[in-house]
Design a protein around this ligand. Sequence first.
Ligand code: C5P
Length: 473
Amino acid sequence: MASLTIRKLDDAIRDELRLRAARNGRSVEDEVRTILREASQPGGLPARHPDVLTDAAPRSRPEAATGQLRVTLIIGGGIAAYKALDLIRRLKERGSHVRVVLTRAATQFVTPLAASALANERCFTDLFDPQSEFDAGHIRLARECDLIVVAPATADLMAKMAGGHADDLATAILLAANRPILLAPAMNPLMWNNAATRRNVAQLKHDGVMMIGPNAGEMAEANEAGTGRMAEPTEIAIAAMALLRPPQPQTLAGKRVLITAGPTHEPIDPVRYIANRSSGKQGFAIAAAAAAAGAEVILVSGPVELKDPPGVVVKRVESARDMLAAVEAALPVDIAIFAAAVADWRVVSEGAQKLKKTGAALPPLVLTENPDILATISKRAGNRPPLVIGFAAETEHLIDNARAKIVRKGCDWIVANDVSPATGIMGGDSNTVHLLTRHGNEIAVDSWPPMGKDGVASALIKRVAEHFEKANS
Ligand code: C5P
């Protein structure tokens, strides 16, 4: 068989070939042979082979499958490497998946074990480690992410990048990357100001590489100060997220939004309570979407396992009565969205001590109704929010029940969803909803396709913004 040449292929196809070869643990030539062999089989190649015949545009973002943004973090070998461990946490707390690569020099400052523990997965160090190349490979590490962050970016690493070197895993990734790259340079001020570094910085910027810092301040070396300190982990994480999620239109700027989320816990005695299965995910997603649209957001949440969304003031409460008090304390607001699954009942008299099995009669659990927060706020005489939105979680006659609820509760809109166990909505990540909006005596129903709870949140916030825009025009 004549020897294979891939030099004349266009760059995009060659890149994809290399990517596919790395994935399959073959040489590029072997990969081409495999493709040709497949093509010669009956049926041949599919019209558009997903791994090879793609165009030059970046492949679909890996986050699309999981909804999670991915950062490949390359830690360079400088004293600031210890701060890169904190950066892993700062990126993760902003919802990003982080895959860590350490240069050989970096392992002198931080251990792969520490980096792996913080990233929650093994980190990568060696270009010629058969395991790394088998299950990830430098090409995959370069491409299976939305952004590559280098922190600290040392003078040496930047020089190698500027010169196109690829003699270790980090530089091979950087050379093979077709994703945005953010560098956080860190070095001694004399190194930063050296003519060679200046040239390299200019070259890298010209090549489209982005940088954050370095900052001015004290150096690790005694009595030295100047420009060369690595940007703080939070600054780098914010810059990374801004690149990953370009700023959204601030459609709710100047608006104050109140949201309730999660279940409530209604105490029976000091150790027992009545609760429900609400995870709080939908309410938290709405709070995050409202904050991202520029609103001032107060989130009143029952007990849930979720972290505070960025830029949101979170008040954590236990019972329905606590929730009502926190909601009333937050007024006045422009928009109130009641996504909490408030317990309908509580016990009349909470036991001061843990109730005991007596062997005789069962303890009497006399229930009384909780305040209806949505109805109370919707029917308020003073400080009623101009737009009040409730949720209706139903297991049957969804739309009819939601229509009745919008009238009974006195709210303006209802987001109705079917929470029958088969739907997996309770505690799950996706939701199929119908938006009911009241216009005088008319109620319009808008059925949305199934989407993630983040998608429902964005769509709802978009509708809210449109509503206010229309009201103002
Ligand atoms: O009556 P139901 O619980 O189905 O109504 C659901 C809507 O009412 C949700 O928006 C929920 O947050 C709100 N609600 C409330 N206070 C209650 C019960 C429900 O705010 N005690």
